[in-house]
Design a protein around this ligand. Structure first.
Ligand SMILES: [Zn+2]
Length: 389
């Protein structure tokens, strides 16, 4: 899409698609694209063909969207890891994409803190999806062509690194790729020099800069002129006390972005992240214990499985679990913007049971942040007996 002649006051980046994300026709489009995409992966991506054959699934089995859960189980990190061990990480990565080997243009990966990093290869088709998704999210956060964006997420292979820089540039904004690795001093000095209007970083880094700025540059973060903060990677914007602390310290609005094509809106009370890619992906909720499908309705919670139904498989496959526990809201948002909303309420691997009640560490974060500035907000959870799950 051309970025020239854009009306800066229009509500959406993509006026042809975004106004209709909640329409019944969108489900028809999803079904059409899902069937087409499964056929493409079956023909061209050996990993997905093997998976479909293993479970006796054929692309033609899908007659309604609900059929997907009947023919294929969620694809979890463990499934990817097993395949990577069998074929090697590089070969297994190529086998997930229905594109020739020379089509890879960029490689990102998870941090791999709990084992081998999971690769995220980008083909031209994948980059197009990445750029379009983030253009929609950035536009809704108020970012416009020409805005200087100080990039403070990690740049070292992270999906929130170079892919985000490219997306911001593609929509016409001007990213300044400093990266978290450069350290707070360099980031703050560059902020003073180049006067960005937007900051990208994790919420905890934004909090850290509040404390660090007076010591490192002799000024408060409020003096930097940052008006929009786009955070992600961990809860932050969704935690009222954390959001209040960051927004008041910077004099900026805080938004968060999520891995499944979500971005929060500017409603004064956090409403979750709008799914801006309803036309390009299907989100399902399942019970993490039984894999049973949980119907999408207001307040429904479950492990999120995302099927990307456009592109060539490089932006994610079918029923991929990101390990997130999501809560969805389908009723319209008071902000008036389209795309059903979701919040990440925890991770399948850090879910704790305390006296039979499910507790997510993120919920504790908000309680502790309410005592700021009497506490720093940092905390550690100590289990006094082995966790039984
Ligand atoms: Zn909203």
């Amino acid at each position: 899409m051309s970025v020239s002649h854009l009306d800066a006051s229009r509500p959406y980046w993509n006026m042809e698609v975004e106004p209709f994300l909640d329409s019944p026709q969108m489900r028809e489009l999803q079904l059409y694209r899902l069937r087409r995409h499964l056929a493409l992966l079956y023909e061209g991506a050996p990993f997905w063909r093997r998976r479909m054959e293993r479970y006796g699934a054929q692309p033609s089995d899908i007659r309604r969207l609900e059929d997907l859960a009947k023919v294929l189980p969620p694809c979890r990190k463990q499934d990817l890891r097993e395949d990577a061990e069998k074929y090697g990480t590089v070969e297994s990565m190529y086998q997930m994409v229905a594109a020739p080997l020379d089509q890879l243009r960029l490689l990102a990966a998870t941090s791999g803190t709990t084992g081998e990093p999971t690769p995220y290869p980008f083909t031209p088709a994948g980059m197009e999806i990445n750029n379009e998704t983030f253009a929609r999210i950035f536009w809704r956060a108020g970012i416009r062509p020409g805005d200087r964006i100080l990039h403070g997420f990690g740049l070292s292979m992270f999906v929130g690194g170079v892919p985000l820089v490219m997306a911001a540039s593609a929509m016409g904004a001007c990213p300044i790729p400093v990266g978290a690795e450069a350290g707070a001093q360099r980031l703050l000095k560059i902020a003073l020099t180049f006067e960005p209007r937007v900051l990208f970083c994790t919420p905890s880094y934004a909090e850290h800069l509040i404390e660090a700025a007076p010591k490192l540059i002799g000024k408060s973060v409020a003096s930097l002129g940052i008006r929009i903060i786009v955070a992600g990677g961990e809860p932050g914007a969704g935690l009222p006390e954390v959001r209040r602390k960051i927004e008041s310290a910077y004099g900026a609005r805080l938004f968060d972005i999520g891995g499944a094509g979500g971005g929060s809106c500017d409603w004064h009370e956090y409403q979750g992240m709008h799914n801006v890619r309803v036309d390009g992906s299907i989100i399902e909720l399942v019970d993490p214990g039984t894999d049973e499908l949980i119907p999408l309705e207001d307040g429904a919670r479950g492990e999120a499985c995302v099927s990307t139904i456009i592109g060539d498989g490089s932006m994610g496959g079918i029923r991929n679990s990101l390990g997130d526990i999501m809560e969805v809201t389908l009723s319209p948002c008071p902000c008036g913007r389209s795309g059903f909303r979701y919040r990440i309420v925890g991770r399948t691997d850090d879910m704790l049971k305390v006296k039979g009640t499910i507790v997510y560490p993120g919920a504790l974060d908000n309680v502790i942040a309410a005592f700021y500035p009497r506490v720093t907000g940092e905390f550690r959870i100590v289990l006094d007996e082995p966790h039984r799950g």
